[in-house]
Design a protein around this ligand. Sequence first.
Ligand code: NI
Length: 160
Amino acid sequence: MKAIADYLRQTIYEVLPALQAISDEDASIKPLPQKWSKKEILGHLIDSATNNHHKFVRTMAQPHMEFVGYAQDFWVAGQYYNSRNWEEIVTFWHVYNLHLAHIIESVNPAYLQNTISISGSKPFTLAFIMEDYVEHMKHHLRVILPEANITSKFQNVYNA
Ligand code: NI
């Protein structure tokens, strides 16, 4: 899984300077009342990180894991990401993902075929959800940084 971990770290370091260059004021702007600001999108990626952190470690612990989804819009609104400091959101997202890259890199290969179902979905392997996690992140980073030309190796089909 070193390739996926490297892919995650590479994604982070590719966009980090551009994220840090965005002002706190710009990061708070909501394009439409019902659309997420940059703070809220990166906040959603922190929520994805923490939910996937649980998925990764819990799926390592047993051959099959039944997990629950989460109300994404409520998580973003309910945590008031838009009134958080942008620099701190970026740092938190950055450092949290370095830890997830470490988990992905270090996972015992014997666990990679363990499976997880989310709210009754079909089972996905741990290897697949780790890969898909990175693609979901890229999908949202493209919205924050449309000019950054963020490319994908895989298709994001599972994480939303
Ligand atoms: Ni999403």
